[in-house]
Design a protein. Structure first.
Length: 347
């Protein structure tokens, strides 16, 4: 597709645009490079690269800048590289951030999002391992005020979630305790998916038979699980988006609001992030299939926690991000997250 020299020219243009955010002409490109060719040769190479759709220019007299297709070509080369040339300092920063002595799995995931946003100045998203394979280890009701209780759900993966509810007037505390005992005797040790199934089928009949009254535990449990799933997602550095949007334009200000809504709605965010099963993916501009993100790139990396599932980290930034460095950061972070979560679940 490209000659060896044309590939060098494309990479030089992309690196220039990443660093300065400005198009570059043939004369400047020749001055900045060590290419021993004439300006006319460089112009011809740039024209050929543009014909292939890898470069674009804003008007007839301007220099060229990379198109989204050009970035795609460039990034695909980076993803094919398997050698890790990450600096020891970068690896140390990531290790020290993620491998602190955390008390809960959620802390590790939240810290990874904050660390990624600080390292890159982009918006980071970190999603904990799926909890549907977690096993139920206990359910407690704790009195808060008169007639109000907190339902607390615990799993074997170290997750704890709660919900405050009002006790029906017709039910006394003795009946409530019997329900809790039945709930734990029948459900402890089961996967959460099986617990949900039994809550809809067997448990209501058992409670009705031995307690004499029925309380909608399924609704409470479902709300707790929904809350638990939403809290798997942590967003770091969301204000960094403002660095890459022209707030003087009304349409851009409206775009910011819509993007913020997107990253804070778990269902929309899931559909955006989980588009494939690759360990590291880079999607650029139109590849995101969302007009709001036409000037952004999204890099995602999965991390694995063995039998405890798989999670994901993501970075949302401008299309002219330094992909080489960002991909290294994502690889290091996903590896450290895998190791740190493995160690956590071994405790």
């Amino acid at each position: 597709m490209l000659t060896e020299r044309q590939l060098i020219v494309l990479n030089l243009i992309i690196n220039h645009y990443i660093e300065y955010g400005e198009p570059i002409g043939s004369k400047t490109l020749l001055e900045e490079s060590n290419l021993s060719v004439s300006p006319a040769t460089i112009r011809n190479d740039m024209m050929r690269i543009e014909e292939l759709g890898l470069l674009e220019k804003m008007h007839s007299s301007s220099g060229r800048r990379p198109s989204n297709l050009g970035y795609r070509y460039y990034v695909d080369q980076l993803l094919e590289k398997t050698h890790d040339h990450s600096s020891k300092d970068l690896r140390k920063v990531i290790q020290e951030s993620i491998r602190a002595p955390y008390k809960e799995a959620q802390e590790i995931i939240e810290t990874s999002a904050e660390m990624l946003s600080l390292l890159t100045n982009y918006t980071a998203v970190s999603i904990g391992p799926e909890r549907k394979n977690s096993r139920f280890t206990g359910f407690r009701f704790v009195p808060i005020t008169r007639g109000h209780y907190m339902a607390i759900l615990m799993t074997d993966k170290g997750y704890v979630e709660n919900k405050i509810f009002a006790l029906p007037k017709e039910m006394d505390e003795g009946k409530l305790q019997k329900m809790i005992n039945i709930f734990n005797e029948e459900l402890v040790g089961l996967p959460l998916t099986e617990v949900m199934q039994k809550l809809q089928t067997e448990i209501p009949h058992i409670i009705k038979k031995y307690v004499g009254a029925e309380m909608d535990l399924f609704a409470i449990f479902r709300e707790i699980l929904s809350k638990m799933d939403n809290e798997r997602i942590y967003v770091g550095g969301e204000m960094n988006l403002l660095n890459y949007i022209d707030l003087e334009q009304i349409t851009e200000r409206e775009k910011v609001k819509s993007i913020y809504e997107l990253i804070h709605q778990s269902e929309l965010l899931h559909s955006l992030l989980f588009s494939n099963e690759e360990d590291i993916t880079v999607r650029i501009g139109s590849e995101l299939n969302n007009d709001l993100l036409s000037n952004f790139s999204l890099i995602t990396a999965s991390y694995h926690v063995g039998g405890n599932g798989k999670g994901l980290i993501a970075l949302l930034g401008p299309t002219n991000m330094p992909y080489d460095q960002i991909i290294k950061i994502m690889r290091l972070t996903s590896n450290e997250l895998s190791d740190s979560m493995h160690d956590y679940f071994k405790q």
